[in-house]
Design a protein around this ligand. Structure first.
Ligand SMILES: Nc1ncnc2c1ncn2[C@@H]1O[C@H](COP(=O)(O)OP(=O)(O)OP(=O)(O)O)[C@@H](O)[C@H]1O
Length: 311
């Protein structure tokens, strides 16, 4: 694989009575957005902490930027630490410092760092430059965290659950910011338990559950391979409509007033036309009719038997 900047091989991390990461291997290429997707407790943060030199693995091997720089107590990682940036899970700034002061505080920890006002502008925080951290919205606080992760102009950026707890608008703003990092040539490793976030942002995804890799690949590949195909959904049907649909569409499933049919590849138009002709006949109406494409949620469900939300 060309220009690998993060490599993880046979990684294991055992906490007392708790195997957090079990034999995980993956590689991240320069300039890509790579997502670790999995439910709570899947081991995402532990992997990221190992890559950030915060935790040490029990066994296995991991490197960032320098494949010669393996984990060993004798190594000095300072050179690499200066080339990585990190947004930790649940980032909290100093409440009683301003946006500028918060970013500047962390900037001073590096031998070389960027212009604080420029990064404030890049993160769309100019209006809030002199506002206290505690007076910011959730999305603005997260942007301060991302600004801090970028202040040393890192080559690799780790973002641990960058949008957890944000409202939909703030999430989309953070997504745009993350896409902007890729446009600037940064390599981004992010963790998330939101499948739409992984789908929107990631070039490649590693799906984790209970410390192990379930599968990995591009979002489209995973959905095509494991999503289980399209589903025709007819919602809000009358009793008569349900009966008609069941007769006309073999394999249909009924749940309340909704009817769903798993479609074979390429069957979408034919099944829709059949449903419309059956329903249009004599007033057997429904509220909605559409073909639903599978999502990463379906991939997770089909591979683990669990829902990403519940696992
Ligand atoms: N310091 C620790 N000591 C003991 N167990 C830990 C520690 N840190 C994490 N764990 C356990 O390791 C497992 C993996 O945790 P981790 O935080 O890596 O998961 P995660 O996928 O990031 O989940 P979340 O999205 O909830 O943060 C969990 O069972 C967790 O309880």
């Amino acid at each position: 694989m060309d220009d690998v900047v993060i490599g993880v091989s046979g990684l294991v991390k055992n906490y007392p009575n708790n195997p957090a990461v079990c034999n995980v291997s993956f590689k991240v290429r320069r300039g890509e957005i790579f997502a670790l997707l999995g439910p709570n407790g899947a081991g995402k943060t532990t992997i990221i902490k190992i890559l950030e030199f915060v935790e040490r693995p029990t066994s296995g091997f991991a490197y960032v930027l320098d494949s010669e720089q393996l984990y060993a107590l004798t190594k000095d990682y300072t050179g690499i630490k200066e080339k990585i940036g990190a947004l930790p899970q649940g980032f909290k700034g100093f409440d009683l410092l301003t946006v500028y002061e918060n970013i500047d505080y962390f900037a001073q920890m590096y031998r070389k760092y960027g212009n604080v006002d420029r990064i404030i502008d890049e993160m769309g925080l100019r209006d809030k430059r002199n506002a206290l951290f505690k007076h910011l919205s959730g999305g603005q606080k997260q942007r301060v965290g991302i600004a801090i992760a970028l202040i040393n102009d890192p080559e690799v950026v780790f973002l641990d659950e960058p949008t957890t707890g944000l409202d939909p608008k703030a999430r989309r703003d953070v997504w745009d910011m993350i896409k902007g990092l890729k446009a600037r040539g940064k390599t981004v490793l992010l963790t998330t338990h939101y499948m739409d976030e992984a789908h929107q942002l990631a070039d490649r995804i590693c799906v984790l559950n209970r410390g192990s890799i379930v599968t990995h690949g591009t979002p489209e590949d995973l959905i095509n391979k494991y999503g289980g195909g399209n589903t025709l959904v007819v919602r809000g049907c009358s009793t008569g409509a349900i009966e008609r649909l069941r007769e006309a569409l073999p394999g249909s499933l009924v749940s309340g007033n909704d009817v769903t049919v798993r479609l074979a590849y390429g069957d979408g138009m034919a099944a829709m036309a059949k449903a419309i002709s059956v329903l249009g006949g004599d007033g057997h109406l429904c509220q909605e009719l559409y073909v639903k494409k599978p999502t990463l949620e379906d991939v997770f469900l089909n591979l683990t038997g669990e829902r990403l939300d519940d696992a």
